[in-house]
Design a protein around this ligand. Structure first.
Ligand code: NZQ
Ligand code: ZN
Length: 380
């Protein structure tokens, strides 16, 4: 096992009604920026409950953060933070709102052009405190230090990470997720599934506990995901999915083991260039990537097939087929053609990958733009 230092300082408030408990976690004299998206929070109770909880705080609202949050919109929110001397940012919504809050929090205390945080990897030395009321289980942003932002002007989607933007608390109330459209239910399960895969499906390193953490999340997603589609009003199912998605990317399962993340890096470019949802890109890239990398990943694929998909004998190829079938079962198409894209869609994605310096991806650093081309062509 590799050495590691692990600390997750996010306090999780899990369950129905927990939003009522946020006020005591935010200083009484704080000016709070309540950040949200296109308005879904006004239909599931999250908006009303957050405002009720903060009745005695000074709250300023900023709505309109897009799915795949944009730098352009967030810079407007940053103006509000500066003009109103905001002390605390509360994100109420999905991963995009959470990521947007983190970027604003870092930008507010950054000396210089905030885009450098994303494009140059400039160090984030401090940030405003962030809290999250989550409405879409998928990204794990509620309990990690990551954020991914899109700049419309240059068609770039770039991420940064810092312990300073890890949320201080996160409310995980599954009842807020009951209003999710089918497409976002599928997206969330696929995203969480692929987060686990990126930290698990590399090569054996004698880390049996990490392996079993990962396998338990994958098994639970395979069991519970289809139930969320079949019985959408079932709170218990939503609760299980919400906890899975949080555990998938809160840092725990990836400690001490090699990680991949090439599916995400290629997928981010597909979103930047063609506008697919984040999880849709993962569903397209992962099966093809695994087929191209089957020899390097064979041992873990076989383990996954037997332990999670219940295969009687080791079979890496059949395991990839099973992953792809699961994504399709969750209603997320796994080929570019499913999004009205053909082979001509590949080159602009590769050009963007190269422009952003993503030249050596994967746990072995051997997924070059040429290999990424092969992967995307296989998925068309
Ligand atoms: O904007 P509103 O009106 O709120 O609607 C949203 C949005 O249209 C809607 N929605 C959210 N909760 C809902 C709801 N609709 C009905 N009922 C609810 N309870 O869902 C749509 C998608 O929301 P979004 O926040 O964009 O989705 P998600 O949570 O999947 O976040 C995706 C973003 O997170 C990034 C992705 O790249 C993408 O930009 N990621 C962040 C990561 C992280 N910080 O660790 C890791 C991930 O790999 C990922 O890259
Ligand atoms: Zn993801």
């Amino acid at each position: 096992m590799q050495n590691f230092v692990y600390k997750n300082a996010t306090e999780i408030l899990f369950g129905a009604g927990q939003t009522a408990n946020i006020a005591e976690r935010i200083p009484a004299d704080a000016t709070v920026l309540m950040l949200y998206g296109g308005g879904s929070i006004k239909h599931n109770g999250a908006y009303d409950q957050a405002l009720a909880a903060l009745a005695n705080h000074n709250v300023i609202e900023f709505g309109g953060v897009e799915a795949n949050p944009t730098y352009e919109t967030l810079m407007q929110a940053l103006d509000v933070v500066r003009d109103e001397a905001v002390d605390f940012i509360l994100a109420v919504g999905g991963g995009s709102v959470g990521d947007g809050a983190k970027f604003i929090a870092a930008a507010a205390q950054f000396n210089g052009e905030p885009w450098d945080i994303l494009e140059q990897g400039a160090a984030v030395l401090s940030a405003l405190p962030v809290g999250v009321v989550l409405t879409l289980p998928a990204t794990g942003t509620e309990s990690n230090g990551n954020s991914v932002i899109t700049r419309v002007g240059t068609q770039q989607k770039l991420g940064f990470g810092s312990p300073h933007v890890r949320p201080q608390f996160a409310v995980l109330d599954p009842s807020f997720t009951l209003t999710l459209p089918v497409r976002q239910v599928g997206n969330g399960v696929v995203d969480a599934f692929v987060h686990v895969i990126e930290q698990y499906l590399t090569y054996p390193t004698n880390a049996p506990l990490q392996d079993r953490f990962a396998e338990s999340i994958l098994s639970t997603l395979i069991e519970e995901g289809p139930k969320a589609l079949a019985t959408p009003d079932d709170y218990a199912v939503r609760a299980n999915i919400m906890w899975c998605a949080c555990m998938a990317l809160n840092g725990l399962i990836g400690q001490g083991v090699p990680q991949d993340w090439s599916t995400h890096m290629i997928g981010h470019e597909v979103t930047a260039v063609h506008g697919l949802d984040h999880a849709q890109t993962l569903a397209v890239v992962l099966p093809a990537l695994l087929r191209v990398k089957i020899d390097q990943k064979r041992a873990k694929l076989e383990q996954l097939g037997q332990r999670v998909f219940g295969m009687p004998a080791p079979d890496a190829a059949a395991t990839i087929d099973a992953i792809q079938a699961f994504f399709e079962r969750m209603g997320v198409p796994t080929r570019l053609a499913g999004y009205d894209l053909d082979r001509s869609a590949v080159k602009p994605v590769i050009d963007s990958l190269e422009k952003n310096g993503m030249l050596a991806l994967g746990e072995h650093g051997d997924i070059t733009p040429a290999v990424a081309t092969q992967i995307l062509e296989l998925s068309s």
